[in-house]
Design a protein around this ligand. Structure first.
Ligand code: NAP
Length: 304
């Protein structure tokens, strides 16, 4: 039984989200940061069992979802109090468990780091992923035009139903050519990328003047040649981030922004976590197998 320290809460977990970083952790390529639980699991929803010293904003019995640095695949999990958010009244625990990791990641990378504005256009790779389904809905609700890539026509149609103006099947079409066609050669203002090296050149070719490329995943490798001239001529920005090692203060600031800007959209049902399938905790290995086949559209969730 983990013990909540000062500023932390103990959550009786009802459901825990599964994320691609958990798969990387299982493979030994994404070790937990110092001090974090070595159990996988970056997000949970459940009921607060007990609060640690100094916690005033939550009490026993509150229904919360929380971003954690590890330890989510468990019946009990400790979370920093400011990384908890109330379960939206319109959602159950399974849906709530599917919120934190992708909503924190998309918010900080698309809207803070990437500065996406209403009226701009964005390209999200992996549109049917947990990250992608969240990004599509939030950017669409923000008044941006959304393009995505996905690996099948079925996934493309699902992304368009969620709000993408057009989904590009990257297995049959070159996304850079497709974006050039869709934007009349202008390019998009923002790209949220999960592939890294293998998409770098085509991503840069797909950006408009003053465009921003935000890297959050490395599924296509880490090193690639860079045409620096393209940055200068088109005044491009390349940036990126990982969420997990960031401080409690930084994650709290993201939580506060989500509560103010995104929770009303969740409450109204304007955006929602897309849950593809649930698994009992004992079948976590099967959940990882499904994630690695990429058959899913949206999120996989473990139930306790
Ligand atoms: N930096 C951060 O803070 C942070 C936080 C969370 C997640 N992430 C990253 O975000 C990515 C998505 O995470 P997730 O949890 O949403 O995982 P997920 O649902 O498993 O998404 C992975 C997606 O990648 C797509 N994909 C696989 N191979 C591809 C290829 N060759 N070209 C294009 N797309 C391909 C898959 O679908 P199809 O190929 O069938 O289209 C799938 O939709 C991962 O790379 C993860 O590490 C980063």
């Amino acid at each position: 039984m983990p013990q909540p320290g000062p500023g932390e809460v103990l959550i009786r977990v009802a459901a825990a989200g599964v994320n691609r970083p958990d798969v990387m952790q299982r493979k030994g390529r994404y070790p937990p940061p110092p001090g974090a639980s070595d159990l996988p699991g970056l997000e949970v929803a459940g009921t607060i069992e007990r609060v640690g010293d100094g916690v005033t904003e939550w009490r026993g019995g509150d229904a919360v979802c929380a971003l954690v640095a590890g330890g989510g695949y468990a019946e009990y999990c400790v979370a920093p109090a400011p990384q908890c958010l109330p379960v939206p009244t319109s959602l159950d625990m399974v849906a709530a468990a599917a919120i934190p990791e992708t909503f924190f990641t998309v918010w900080t990378n698309v809207f803070e780091r990437g500065r996406l504005q209403p009226g701009e256009s964005a390209l999200f790779h992996g549109g049917s992923s947990g990250i992608g389904t969240t990004a599509i809905q939030l950017a669409d609700a923000h008044g941006a035009t959304v393009y995505v890539t996905a690996g099948s026509d079925e996934k493309c149609r699902a992304c368009e139903r969620l709000g993408a103006a057009r989904a590009i099947n990257y297995r049959t079409d070159d996304f850079a050519e497709a974006i050039a066609g869709l934007t009349g050669g202008r390019g998009v203002d923002l790209i949220l990328d999960i592939m890294g090296a293998s998409y770098l050149d085509r991503n840069l070719r797909s950006l408009a003047i003053e465009g921003r490329l935000v890297e959050i995943g490395l599924m296509g490798g880490t090193e690639a040649p860079l045409d620096v001239e393209r940055l200068l001529r088109r005044r491009l920005t390349i940036t990126g981030s990982t969420l997990r090692p960031r401080s409690v203060e930084e994650k709290s600031a993201i939580a506060a922004a989500l509560l103010e800007q995104v929770w009303p959209l969740l409450e109204r049902g304007r955006v929602k976590p897309i849950v593809y399938r649930t698994f009992p905790l004992r079948d976590a290995a099967e959940a990882h197998r499904v994630m690695e086949t990429s058959e899913h559209i949206g999120k996989l969730v473990l139930t306790m």
